[in-house]
Write a protein that binds this ligand. Sequence first.
Ligand SMILES: [Zn+2]
Ligand SMILES: [Zn+2]
Length: 261
Amino acid sequence: MSFWVENPSLRIPLYRSIWKFVDFLFPPHCAGCGLIGERFCSECSQQVQLLEGNICEKCGEPITNFQHNIQDCYDHLKNLKMIRSFSFYQPPISLAIQKLKYHRDIGIAEVLANYLVELYNKNKVDIDMVIPVPLSQKRLHDRGYNQSFLLALPFSMIINKPIKKQSLRRFKDTISQVGLDRHERLINVSKAFIADSAEVSGKNILLIDDVSTTGSTLEACASALKIAGAKDIVGLTLARAVHTHNGFSDQLNDAVTAQKF
Ligand SMILES: [Zn+2]
Ligand SMILES: [Zn+2]
């Protein structure tokens, strides 16, 4: 991607300075608790529950959780090497993600991207490029921006890898995944993406998304990338909605808002 500063080492300081200036003009409210003056305050940061320890090697969900079957993950996520997520999808980080997605609080992306960097450094994956999970043209038009791109842009600048958002496109407008089970989610997004083989062939790709639940969207992206000749594909997400006795933990939080967007 071409960018307004050619020297990579200057991009992230400039990007942060711009946001500091915006914060100076328009003091932000914490996306977790509403505190004035910070985009995500230190108290909310401390409450983010990290997803680590005994997790599924394939999908990254805690394997102590409700009915987790690792073989199912290998069958379901055939084209992804693995998925890793920074934290559980629960307040305060779920509130921050909802503000980013549904309430145009785009400044929070620069803060949340640091969590993705932490996750990337912890997992030491070897990648050639970063690709945000794309939105359909219709959803991009309705929302005005792709939240995954807003996370992936500062992330790619910090880790100093190219971001190639044009290399993967979503050409099928799918319904929201919220409320669907794993099988329905996979069918909903299958064959929704197409990748540019000139860009991705032989390359190791890091896919970035805000939230993963069953991994179906990331798997559909990985499938398109593999068809285009990509080598290894890893998915990193900020948060992970885990299985509960009632379905998935994103359903309670997002069921109402997702219908609107
Ligand atoms: Zn806060
Ligand atoms: Zn798993």
